[in-house]
Design a protein around this ligand. Structure first.
Ligand code: AMP
Ligand code: ZN
Length: 113
């Protein structure tokens, strides 16, 4: 999808601070971080949200969590971190290419806003 921001980042056409990359997954730092660590983990394949990815390729959805754990370890988040998949407008999803937020490096309150 040429008009998709995150497809553009995955393709290297749009700059981002990449922290992990393999043949199927890219992780990069959020432009507007909400915590000391705020990384987005995405599949290179375009899927609108987690449900679409789960339906099409559940193993790939699982691999996003594995990459998130690697990012958390390399950022020193041994005390814990939060994974977020905003799905749909009511949850605040603004980019319609599934992305797993990895947040950490400060205390994260619950419930979220
Ligand atoms: P969401 O609201 O769950 O759809 O999350 C979208 C996230 O993408 C937000 O946290 C934005 O700050 C982030 N974002 C938007 N554009 C970029 C970009 N060019 N590079 C990195 N992160 C971005
Ligand atoms: Zn896309």
């Amino acid at each position: 999808m040429s008009d998709c921001l995150f497809c553009g980042i995955a393709a290297g056409e749009i700059p981002a601070e990449i922290v992990y990359s393999d043949g199927a997954i890219v992780a990069f730092r959020d432009l507007n971080p909400q915590a000391p660590t705020h990384v987005l983990v995405i599949p290179r394949e375009h899927h609108v949200d987690a449900a679409h990815l789960a339906a099409a390729n559940p193993a790939l959805l699982g691999r996003l969590a594995g990459v998130a754990a690697e990012v958390a370890e390399s950022d020193g988040l041994g005390g814990g971190y939060r994974l977020v998949l905003n799905s749909g407008a009511d949850a605040g999803q603004t980019v319609n290419h599934v992305h797993l937020h990895v947040l950490g490096g400060r205390h994260l309150s619950w419930p979220p806003g």
